[in-house]
Design a protein. Structure first.
Length: 264
C-alpha cells in the first residue's frame, strides 16, 4: 500500500478521499470531503459532536458495509487500492486499516486469546503466534504488566490496560494504518496519558487518524489537524493543515473560533 516517489524523494499521500459523502438512509452524515493523509503522520480529526468525524473513519476500512441503509459515494484511495471498489476484499482491508474504539472492547476471553483469536482468523501459523503476541504486548507497554497472567480474563484489566490490549490486538495483524475514535475519552487522566504517549510512540511506524474532542491533546500529538463542522445540517470538512497553521494562522473563521474556544 505504501506510496512514494523514490526518484524525487517525494512521499505521496497514503490516503486520499475525493468528494466523499456518507448517507444513513435519508440523512447525510457528511458530504464532499476531500482530504489527504501522509505516510507516517498523525492526523487529528476535531470538531463538535455529530459533524461526521467517526463516520468518516468508518468509511476508511468499510465498517459502513455493516450498517443497513448506509450509502457511501465518492472515492477513497489508500496507496494504489480503491477502497470502495466492489472487488476490494473488506476483510483484508480491515487487517491493513485497524480500528480502535472510544470504549475499550476486549473479547470476554483471556488476555492471550484476545490476541491469538484474530491471528488465527487471519491464517497466521501457530508457530508464529507466540512471538507476535509477545511483540504486540511489548509494543503497547503491557508485556511486563501481564506476562504472568496471560490466561486470566482481559476484563479484569483496568480501563487503560484494556485499551492498550485493544491497540495490541490491532498491531498484531501488522496494519499500516490505525484509526482511533476518541481512544482516551473513557479513561482517567493517568491512563489517558499512558495511551496518549503510546499513540505518539507509534508515529512513523504507522499512519494514524485520531478523533478527539480534546484540542490540547490534538495539539500535543498530531502532525496535522482536520476540522469538521455541521453546516445546513450536514457535516463538512472546514479546514485542514499543520498544527501550527490551524492554531496560529487559521484560514476559516470557524476554525479560528473553535481553536480559541469561542465556538464549539
Amino acid at each position: 500500500m505504501k506510496s512514494a516517489n523514490i526518484a524525487t524523494g517525494i512521499v505521496e499521500p497514503l490516503i486520499e478521499t475525493e468528494n466523499l459523502t456518507l448517507q444513513y438512509g435519508q440523512k447525510t452524515a457528511f458530504a464532499n470531503v476531500n482530504l489527504s493523509v501522509n505516510l507516517g503522520e498523525i492526523l487529528a480529526l476535531v470538531g463538535p459532536s455529530g459533524c461526521g468525524k467517526t463516520s468518516f473513519l468508518s468509511c476508511l476500512n468499510r465498517l459502513t458495509d455493516m450498517i443497513p441503509q448506509c450509502r457511501v459515494q465518492g472515492r477513497i484511495r489508500i496507496g494504489s487500492l480503491e477502497v470502495l471498489n466492489a472487488k476490494t476484499n473488506a476483510n483484508a482491508l480491515r487487517r491493513q486499516v485497524g480500528m480502535i474504539f472510544q470504549k475499550p472492547n476486549p473479547f470476554p476471553l483471556s488476555i492471550w486469546k484476545n490476541l491469538e483469536l484474530p491471528l488465527r482468523e487471519h491464517g497466521i501459523h501457530k508457530e508464529q503466534i507466540d512471538a507476535i503476541v509477545e511483540t504486540s504486548l511489548k509494543d503497547v507497554g503491557l508485556w511486563d504488566e501481564v506476562k504472568d497472567r496471560l490466561q486470566t480474563s482481559a476484563l479484569a484489566l483496568s480501563g487503560g490496560q484494556q485499551q492498550r490490549l485493544c491497540i495490541a490486538r490491532a498491531l498484531a495483524l501488522q496494519p499500516e494504518i490505525l484509526l482511533l475514535d476518541e481512544p482516551c475519552s473513557a479513561l482517567d487522566p493517568i491512563a489517558s496519558g499512558i495511551v496518549e504517549d503510546l499513540i505518539t510512540s507509534l508515529r512513523q511506524r504507522y499512519t494514524l487518524l485520531i478523533v478527539t474532542h480534546n484540542l490540547a491533546q490534538a495539539k500535543r500529538i498530531a502532525d496535522r489537524i482536520a476540522l469538521f463542522w455541521v453546516q445546513s445540517g450536514v457535516g463538512q470538512l472546514i479546514e485542514s493543515g499543520s498544527v501550527e497553521q490551524i492554531f496560529e494562522y487559521p484560514q476559516h473563521p470557524l476554525t479560528a473560533a473553535y481553536v480559541t474556544g469561542a465556538r464549539g
